[in-house]
Design a protein around this ligand. Structure first.
Ligand code: SF4
Ligand code: SF4
Length: 156
């Protein structure tokens, strides 16, 4: 069976980054968090970036520092800045996938998109931990690509 944990950590991280990039693209299209927090307060109130599978956490820590600088322990999350999150990649599954209830409601109302935070977070965790088979990785990518095609979906 094609199990990712039989491959290198690099391979698992690359699969994860490809999914992260698609999810970033999706959220940049819907763009609500950037414009105005629908919940009235940011959800980045804790160091949620720490939830990374142990055997890849060294890679993540090193790449984050190289790309985005050190930690700022004066902030609610050490990667939070006045302009928002400093991480453009190498976020944790929880950070990448999270949408609060108002945002989930907005996505359903405006685009008929059912954003299942737990399902997406677990799928991302499985990829990083090497528990996902190739078909599951492909399924997640297809799901996000389908969401990205919101231009073609009629707003309800
Ligand atoms: S996910 Fe919700 S709480 Fe977090 S920044 Fe976006 S709108 Fe605000
Ligand atoms: S790493 Fe970024 S997205 Fe995650 S909690 Fe911190 S500021 Fe928010």
């Amino acid at each position: 069976m094609d199990i990712l944990n039989l491959r290198s950590i690099d391979s698992r991280v690359n699969q994860y980054l490809a999914c992260e990039s698609l999810i970033n693209k999706f959220f940049s299209l819907v763009g609500e968090c950037k414009e105005d927090c629908l919940n009235g307060t940011s959800c980045c109130n804790y160091n949620f970036f720490i939830g990374i599978s142990k055997d890849v956490s060294e890679v993540f820590d090193s790449e984050r520092e190289k790309l985005y600088g050190g930690l700022d322990f004066g902030m609610p999350c050490a990667y939070l800045s006045e302009k928002g999150c400093r991480l453009k990649s190498y976020k944790s599954p929880a950070c990448i996938s999270f949408a609060c209830n108002p945002l989930i409601g907005y996505l359903m109302e405006q685009y008929n998109i059912d954003w299942n935070y737990d399902e997406i977070r677990l799928a991302l965790e499985d990829i990083l931990e090497g528990l996902a088979i190739q078909e599951e990785v492909d399924d997640l990518k297809s799901k996000i690509k389908n969401f990205i095609s919101i231009d073609e979906k009629s707003k309800v």
